[in-house]
Design a protein around this ligand. Structure first.
Ligand SMILES: *[C@@H]1O[C@H](CO)[C@@H](O)[C@H](O)[C@H]1NC(C)=O
Ligand SMILES: *[C@@H]1O[C@H](CO)[C@@H](O)[C@H](O)[C@H]1NC(C)=O
Ligand SMILES: *[C@@H]1O[C@H](CO)[C@@H](O)[C@H](O)[C@H]1NC(C)=O
Length: 372
């Protein structure tokens, strides 16, 4: 039994590095309907949190202006003033473009962007709530890009502007950035004590020299998601370190941290989004799960646990990644909950089984040889 379990874990671990659903993205509209983009060529509205575990999500795919969702690191951001979602990296052939989904009109448009020295392939970005300006770290510098109040693209290209250099050793720094109270929080910064972040004050373009302590959190690369409020700037964010050891809820007013349940998929390649009442994980194998949170009541979160968003299909990659052979999934083409009714581990299994028998067999042989 233990040997079998180890074998299964190794198989899943090896295979999830072969297949990745990082071409997909999750966000919500301003009514907190969970939207899933680039799921096997389709987009879905999974509704509000009370409907995530029943029935089927609604197919909201429209073709006009929709990006192909074939990039290897798609990221997306809710613009709360415009009820639009902005996408980076959704078209591999045009990595600089920002795609805009107007969630009210359900329409797409493409914003041309001048990169200047900004490198989207190694960046970490937040969308500032109050100004609707992107701030991003790339290659040792902080950049900004003003989205004005766009819910459809402007015919004039936008540009990434270099704001300033950061003051730490960036030679091996992979950005982990979060938004709270009009500040950018940099996590995992080299030379900073565990539990502390560096802070960039957006409205004053000021990189605060003193690190700010938040309590017991690791100083590690990870993923973040700011918790929206019905109105006003986010003041709390979720941080999940790459090892998936916990879900931390940082409050940037009190500068304290709550430690919540670790995600059921410990997945350094996963991405996260947070509504007002939940943090949602899209795993690299395409399954979606969520942790209900009560941002206003600290005591309410200790028993909260992750559950699968079962009304969404499992996302398989839009096209095979270089080493994986035929990865075009045959399952999960519709919104039926195939493979997503049970827990996250089963979802992983369901997703990777689509990769193609030869990969499965090859990895099994390799793992088998290593074990026995
Ligand atoms: C969900 O979709 C599947 C496949 O189209 C269908 O068989 C099933 O009945 C649907 N479930 C509900 C609750 O609508
Ligand atoms: C995707 O992200 C990885 C690191 O996570 C990076 O190595 C790679 O260059 C990125 N690719 C693109 C196309 O952005
Ligand atoms: C929290 O951190 C910010 C930024 O360092 C600081 O301005 C603020 O005074 C701190 N709040 C508390 C309650 O310590």
């Amino acid at each position: 039994m233990p040997a079998k379990f180890v074998l299964a874990s190794l198989l899943l671990a090896s295979l999830s590095s072969v297949v990745s659903a990082a071409s997909s993205c999750i966000a919500s509209d301003i009514h907190w309907n969970l939207l899933a983009f680039g799921f096997n060529g389709k987009d879905y509205d999974a509704g509000t949190q009370d409907s995530w575990t029943q029935g089927n999500a609604t197919d909201i795919t429209t073709t006009q202006g929709r990006p192909p969702f074939d990039g290897s690191n798609v990221t997306c951001y809710l613009s709360q003033f415009t009820n639009a979602i902005y996408f980076m990296g959704a078209d591999a052939s045009k990595p600089n473009d920002i795609h805009i989904y107007d969630a009210t009109a359900k329409s797409w448009s493409t914003q041309a962007v001048q990169q200047n020295s900004f490198d989207p392939t190694s960046s970490g970005a937040i969308l500032d709530h109050d100004t609707n300006v992107f701030y991003a770290y790339s290659g040792g510098d902080i950049y900004s890009l003003d989205m004005e109040l766009l819910k459809a693209a402007n015919s004039t290209p936008k540009a990434w502007n270099d704001v300033q250099k950061v003051d730490w050793d960036t030679s091996s720094y992979q950005p982990t950035v979060a938004l709270g109270q009009n500040h950018i929080f940099f996590l995992g910064v080299p030379g900073v004590n565990p539990g502390s972040t560096r802070i960039f004050v957006i409205h004053f373009s000021y990189l605060q020299p003193e690190p700010q302590a938040f309590g017991d959190i690791p100083n590690m690369h990870g993923k973040t998601a700011s918790i929206f409020k019905d109105e006003g700037v986010q003041t709390q964010f979720i941080y999940v370190p790459d090892d998936g050891s916990a879900t931390y809820l940082l409050d940037v007013t009190s500068n304290t941290t709550q430690t919540l349940k670790a995600p059921m998929n410990k997945d350094a390649q996963a991405t996260y989004f947070a509504t007002t009442t939940a943090v949602i994980q899209l795993s690299s194998s395409g399954s979606v799960s969520y942790l209900p949170i009560d941002a206003t009541n600290e005591g309410a979160n200790s028993n909260s646990d992750w559950a699968t968003v079962s009304n969404l299909p499992v996302a398989t990659p839009a096209k095979p990644s270089s080493a994986s052979g035929s990865a075009s999934g045959t399952g999960s083409a519709g919104a039926q909950s195939t493979g997503s009714t049970s827990d996250g581990t089963m979802d992983n299994g369901a997703a990777v089984l689509n990769v193609g028998r030869w990969v499965w067999s090859a990895v099994a042989l390799m793992v088998g040889a290593a074990l026995f």
